[in-house]
Design a protein around this ligand. Structure first.
Ligand code: ATP
Ligand code: MG
Length: 188
């Protein structure tokens, strides 16, 4: 089984590229952001707890997302692997992932990192706010907090996966098709 981590700042295009990647390589796409948004939409206790954090641009607790990921690993069958979009977002989550995968006798295949500059993060999220109406995209201070959390909590994963020899960086600036071709080239 393949275990790909799809990494990048908010608005880097992870969700946009993940569908094509999953289809091409027969992977189950798991987006922690989407899983959390469906918990919120369903009004579950987990969703209610997550909503306040997400709407403020903060991360939800590590144990919450780790549990969602493990449940998917346990339940999804008939794929060649998993594409993790938005997970891990902290070093603790990366360690938890390593353990979960090791318990299955496997290891993380690669960290595919979509890189765009901060200025473009703001621009893309402002654009998406118009299209998708996500509460956490609408307010500048929330977007800034997400970017700050990215730099302080998530960016250390670049060094983490570099040290593990798994880090694969892709220029995320360009058209959707251009970026997809760059990704396919490194995954092939
Ligand atoms: P992208 O635009 O690249 O898809 P994003 O940062 O805009 O990424 P999501 O990945 O959809 O958005 O995540 C939305 C929110 O859900 C995050 O801001 C965070 O509050 C919460 N979240 C998602 N994944 C995690 C995680 N692994 N750990 C903690 N919180 C998470
Ligand atoms: Mg997303």
């Amino acid at each position: 089984m393949k275990y790909y981590v799809l990494f990048g700042p908010p608005g880097a295009g992870k969700g946009t590229q993940a569908g094509a990647m999953a289809e091409r390589f027969h992977l189950c796409h798991i987006s922690t952001g989407e899983l959390l948004r469906s918990e919120i939409a369903a009004g579950t206790p987990l969703g209610m707890e997550a909503k306040a954090l997400i709407d403020a641009g903060n991360l939800v607790p590590d144990e919450v997302v780790e549990g969602m990921i493990e449940a998917k690993f346990d339940s999804v069958k008939g794929v060649d692997g998993f594409l993790l979009d938005g997970f891990p977002r902290t070093v603790a989550q990366a360690d938890a992932l390593k353990d979960m995968v090791a318990r299955r006798g496997e290891s993380v295949t690669a960290c595919v990192s979509l890189m765009i500059p901060d200025a473009l993060v703001h621009e893309r999220i402002a654009h998406r706010a118009q299209l998708e109406g996500r509460a956490d995209d609408a307010r500048d201070e929330v977007v800034s907090n997400r970017i700050q959390n990215y730099h302080s909590k998530t960016e250390p994963l670049i060094a983490y996966y570099k040290a593990a020899g798994l880090y694969c960086e892709i220029d995320g600036v360009g058209t959707i098709d251009e970026v997809r071709e760059r990704i396919f080239k490194v995954m092939a």
